[in-house]
Unconditional design. Structure first.
Length: 301
């Protein structure tokens, strides 16, 4: 097969591993800088162009779309969908998962476990917003934040009020969530491919750090999931419409709760912690499922 990987940097671990895994299985692979693609949008023959030339017809596209280029990146993915290429994650699903509020509303509607969450543009009563999610301590998140950036733990009600008011003074959209104390600064990253969890790791925040992101000095170890955790991760991926994703869970006293569904999960941490060739599993999924014009949305929405 001819596979295209949409990535801003061909040297990134995840990009390199996917290319290596595909080539090891006999496929031809191109790494395409997403922001250097441009689109010929016509009624009869949609085309993606790159460096002055029309890109070939790819059997499959693997989108590695960073959060900072979501709008343009999903437009490029949508154009590939319109050309008939099988996209591992479709544009609508990527957009859905990138909108934290939208994704939580969709998960909530389907009964997926979530932390108690509040959202408001300009509440008349900030203390009531805090009380509604269980009171301090609370976690306050910027909707547009990634990798733990824009996430604050407010340990007292006064601190929470001050942080919320400061964010609102900047016209920032925020979520206010209950703090799951029993998680102990750890979360679980479940790597979902298709309809199963192929690898899972426990990420522990650094000393004095409640965020468990590996980018922030956290550590990761192999973990055994419970059947409910496994089912929750797969259900969350299906609700988002993502074929390949990372689902981040916390272990709470009432069972697993979903923190986020990541449409472009990194491979380095999960492969190192579990010793599994997750990259090859992604390519195997493509081999079994890639068909021309098989995208569910086919460039819609």
């Amino acid at each position: 097969m001819k596979i295209g990987i949409l990535s801003r940097n061909k040297k990134l671990y995840s990009t390199r591993r996917l290319k290596e895994a595909a080539e090891a299985r006999g496929h031809e692979v191109d790494i395409i800088d997403t922001l250097h693609c441009y689109m010929d949008i016509t009624s009869s023959r949609p085309v993606v162009r790159f460096k002055g030339e029309e890109l070939p017809s790819y059997d499959a596209i693997i989108p590695r779309i960073g959060a900072s280029i979501s709008f343009y990146g999903t437009a490029v993915v949508r154009q590939f969908e319109m050309t008939g290429s099988f996209c591992v994650n479709e544009s609508v699903a990527i957009s859905r998962s990138r909108d934290k509020l939208r994704s939580m509303q969709l998960l909530s509607r389907k009964g997926i476990g979530l932390p108690r969450t509040g959202f408001a543009h300009h509440p008349d009563n900030v203390p009531d917003l805090i009380k509604n999610v269980g009171g301090a301590p609370v976690v306050i998140k910027l909707l547009e934040g990634t990798q733990g950036i824009g996430v604050v733990l407010a340990e007292t009600e006064k601190t929470a009020e001050a942080v919320i008011e400061a964010f609102m003074g900047l016209n920032a959209n925020i979520l206010v969530q209950e703090f799951i104390k029993e998680a102990g600064g750890a979360d679980i990253r479940c790597f979902v491919v298709g309809d199963r969890v192929v690898a899972a790791m426990k990420r522990q925040g650094a000393e004095g750090e409640f965020r468990s992101n590996l980018h922030r000095g956290g550590s990761a170890v192999l973990i055994k999931l419970t059947p409910k955790e496994r089912a929750t991760a797969v259900a969350a991926a299906n609700i988002m419409g993502l074929n390949v994703c990372g689902v981040d869970l916390l272990r709470s006293s009432r069972g697993p709760v979903v923190m986020e569904v990541n449409s472009s999960p990194g491979l380095e941490g999960i492969e190192a912690a579990t010793g599994k060739d997750v990259s090859a599993m992604v390519i195997e999924f493509i081999e079994k499922n890639a068909q021309r014009n098989k995208n569910k949305t086919q460039g819609k929405g």
